[in-house]
Ligand binder design. Structure first.
Ligand SMILES: NC(=O)c1ccc[n+]([C@@H]2O[C@H](COP(=O)([O-])OP(=O)(O)OC[C@H]3O[C@@H](n4cnc5c(N)ncnc54)[C@H](O)[C@@H]3O)[C@@H](O)[C@H]2O)c1
Length: 332
């Protein structure tokens, strides 16, 4: 099969493509703009197994050329602007990539008769729910995004669903909870904690640290995305562990792994519109026999070990704009 993987130089996409080339003989084309979040080094060890094209999913002419040349069986879209904090500072590029980019890919899927389009989405499209309850979002619940990032991801999902209904395109949407693991940019919560502790700085935690998330080890997500992408049925699937931890819980676990104490925690002014709790109902994937296998303690141990072995990665990914943001807002 010919498979287009967009955004495969980022965090989840790079872990996914490495998993795929190890397992299958398919031909993989990677299309990635290499924004601040994308790094070709993330896939350098498999460069001989893929065709890499640097480019923007919003570039209609380029995308059409690629679709005309390769006749894809599957297009799987990881390309996105993904950092909620950045979307609060400036949503425009999020609208461009996460909505317009999806539209360009979908249009070309119809024109070039692509067999399947798989959109990588997020639990954030459902919005948040109250902290102490049993409520969990199901795949057919209404979308209720609360920040510019999740609003643009929800818009992307709606476009995908409209292409399924209007044009009969075979579509899949996977909505996962928060991922963690190797190759994640150090602006994100877990790599940032590790980076700051390694450099003997305080950990910065928004608000009171009681916001809850369901943390999914990235390899588990990749394995389940692969199984869903290659099975016959279309549709939308939540991917998560069903277990939630507060931001304080995660910080404490990493402090313990790195043998540091709680005095390293500094609480900072909360993120605007900070979602309290994301919680996914995973009965649909469970009924298919699909369930993540790596628990939080094992996953965090592996993650910390990877960053300790790859400290140059944390250094090379520091962006001037984000450091400015920290300096301005938190006196860094
Ligand atoms: N990281 C998480 O915890 C998480 C959780 C749920 C869902 N998701 C979703 O998974 C997908 C991947 O997330 P991630 O954390 O790996 O993201 P990331 O920010 O690490 O990587 C995004 C990748 O997309 C590329 N990209 C950005 N704009 C592009 C454009 N216009 N054209 C081509 N390439 C472009 C970047 O260069 C980068 O390689 C996203 O769709 C995100 O919404 C992420």
């Amino acid at each position: 099969m010919n498979i287009l993987v967009t955004g495969a130089c980022g965090f989840i996409g790079s872990n996914f493509i490495k998993y795929e080339v190890e397992k299958y003989d398919d031909h993989f084309v990677v299309l990635d703009k290499l924004t601040y979040a994308g790094d070709i080094k993330n896939i350098s060890d498999i460069k001989d197994r893929i065709t890499f094209i640097r480019g923007d999913i919003c570039d209609d002419v380029l995308v059409e050329d690629i679709f005309a040349k390769y006749h894809f069986d599957i297009v799987i879209n990881f390309a996105a602007e993904t950092h909620v904090d950045r979307s609060i500072i400036d949503p425009s590029v999020f609208v461009k990539t996460n909505v317009e980019g999806v539209s360009v890919l979908l249009k070309n899927c119809i024109k070039y008769k692509v067999k399947r389009f798989h959109q990588i989405s997020t639990d954030e499209v459902y919005g948040d729910t109250v902290l102490d309850s049993d409520h969990r979002f199901k795949e057919d619940d209404p979308l209720h995004p609360n920040n510019p990032y999740s609003a643009t991801k929800a818009s992307g999902d709606l476009l995908v669903m409209s292409y399924h209904k209007t044009y009969g395109l075979d579509t899949i949407i996977t909505r996962s909870s928060n991922n963690y693991g190797p190759n994640q940019h150090n602006e994100k919560y877990i790599p940032q904690i590790i980076d700051r502790l390694v450099n003997d700085k305080d950990i910065l935690i928004y608000g009171d640290g009681n916001n809850k998330r369901d943390w999914l080890y990235v390899l588990d997500n990749c394995i389940l995305i692969d199984k869903i992408m290659r099975k016959e049925e279309t549709g939308t699937y939540n991917i998560a562990t069903g277990i939630e931890y507060t931001n304080n819980d995660i910080a404490s676990k990493i402090l313990a792994i790195l043998d540091k104490d709680i005095s390293k925690v500094r609480y900072i002014q909360d993120r605007k519109g900070h979602d309290l709790r994301y919680a996914l109902d995973i009965s649909k994937i469970k009924a298919l026999g699909l369930y993540p296998s790596i628990d939080i303690d094992e996953g965090l141990k592996r993650t910390v070990a990877w960053y300790m072995d790859n400290q140059a990665y944390l250094e090379s990914n520091k962006t001037i704009s984000y450091n400015d943001y920290l300096r301005k807002n938190y006196g860094e």
